[in-house]
Design a protein around this ligand. Structure first.
Ligand code: PLP
Length: 385
């Protein structure tokens, strides 16, 4: 059976490991196993003694307890540890829907959040709730959302802090969303992969799991804590029947989480505030560089600074960001990410601010821009067809 190509992952599979200067990563700077174990005073020998047998299918009880304690309302039973964060999207799409159901998806979006649900219900049953650009940022249009709700609507899919815009709703907007979900008897799939990457100036909001029992929340260690190689993620599911259904689907995908990953996830969770603070400091330093850079190139970019998270959606005044990205990777070894893969148009790029190499990559990008009039080059290439 066909499924829409996962364009973002194809793009990174092609470029991520052979392009030296990267401006578009959504994760934050990582640490080594030794650095992580040093932070928690655990020796490498202890990791070495870990058995490599099967693990508990819902997840290590200690890890579930530690994670549940970080939510105001969740209990360990509500936590399902995944084989990877992206697996949670697959499982939710499989377990939460019946034939004929309609799904409303906030777009642009990380493509799995659209494509997996579309695969299950069919393209005609996916309704897109589209972000509205403003002069300085992005806004949610609740009137648009109300118009999209029909008697067939089963589920609303959102992600905050948002990839790719960097938008974070206010507490009252979160409440408005939850009130709509509850008033219509819907479910909410709420992706919180960037939870806690708070920027100064933006009021933090609670986890959706603590606001509504109808929310199924996806979270993990990849972005906020800079540990994507652990493939550690979890779902908070407070509805017992749905949790059992999701666990059944999970037996077909990963059965149980990898033991080394759970061991290291538990270690990371003990120092999560430290990891998160380090990553927020990196993001804020990189955002300062980026803001100054975009100000120096007002004809080329429209900069809508993110409110939270590690990414932003930047408008580029060129005929095709995809063509610029290919040229840049090839000629300058600089990677920018065309946001068409996320359902945006080809005049937007997603930038990412969590990596330590961002400043150097930005410098390489600017040197290339100074040496090449990319607007003229791309316009001529576009006219030649
Ligand atoms: C919004 C969102 N959800 C889920 C994921 C999947 O996370 P992982 O790659 O760690 O499985 C990503 C990764 O980019 C993401 O941006």
């Amino acid at each position: 059976m066909e499924i829409t190509p996962f364009a973002t992952e194809h793009f990174f599979a092609h470029y991520e490991f052979n392009t030296p200067y990267q401006l578009c990563n959504s994760d934050c700077e990582t640490v080594s196993i030794s650095e992580l174990l040093d932070m928690v005073n655990v020796s490498l020998q202890e990791l070495g003694r870990l058995g490599l047998g099967y693990t508990e299918s819902q997840g290590n009880p200690q890890l579930r307890e530690a994670i549940a304690a970080s939510y105001a309302t969740a209990v360990p039973d509500d936590v399902v540890i995944l084989g990877s964060p992206v697996e949670g999207i697959y499982l939710a799409a499989r377990a939460m829907l019946e034939p004929g159901d309609e799904v409303i998806v906030l777009t642009p979006a990380y493509d799995a959040l659209v494509n997996m649900f579309e695969h299950v219900v069919g393209v005609e049953r996916i309704k897109k709730w589209i972000f509205t650009p403003t002069a300085t940022g992005w806004e949610l249009d609740f009137e648009q959302l109300r118009r999209l709700i029909s008697p067939q609507t089963k589920l609303i899919v959102v992600n905050f802090p948002h990839n790719p815009t960097g938008f974070l709703p206010s507490s009252s907007q979160l409440q408005e969303l939850v009130s709509l979900v509850e008033a219509h008897g819907l479910c909410l799939f709420y992706d919180e992969m960037y939870f806690g990457l708070d920027h100064s100036g933006t009021p933090a909001i609670p986890s959706a799991a603590d606001v509504s029992k109808r929310a199924v929340v996806l979270s993990g260690l990849s972005k906020t804590y800079g540990l994507p190689g652990l493939r550690s993620g979890w779902l908070i599911i407070q509805d017992q029947a749905l949790r059992q259904n999701i666990l059944n689907w999970k037996f077909y995908t990963s059965i149980c989480p990898p033991a080394p990953s759970e061991f290291l996830a538990l270690a990371a969770w003990r120092v999560r505030d430290q990891l998160r603070a380090k990553n927020i400091a990196q993001i804020e330093a990189n955002l300062a560089l980026a803001g100054a850079f975009f100000e120096r190139w007002p004809g080329l970019f429209t900069w809508r600074p993110p409110m939270a998270g590690s990414v932003a959606l930047v408008e580029m005044h060129v005929p095709s960001v995809t063509a610029v990205a290919e040229r840049l990777a090839e000629e300058a070894g600089v990677l920018i990410h065309p946001a068409v893969t996320l359902g945006s148009d080809d005049q937007h790029a997603r930038f990412g601010f969590g990596r330590a190499g961002f400043g150097q990559a930005l410098h390489e990008f600017e040197s290339y821009l100074q040496a090449h009039d990319i607007v003229a080059i791309e316009r001529d290439a576009d006219e030649r067809g």
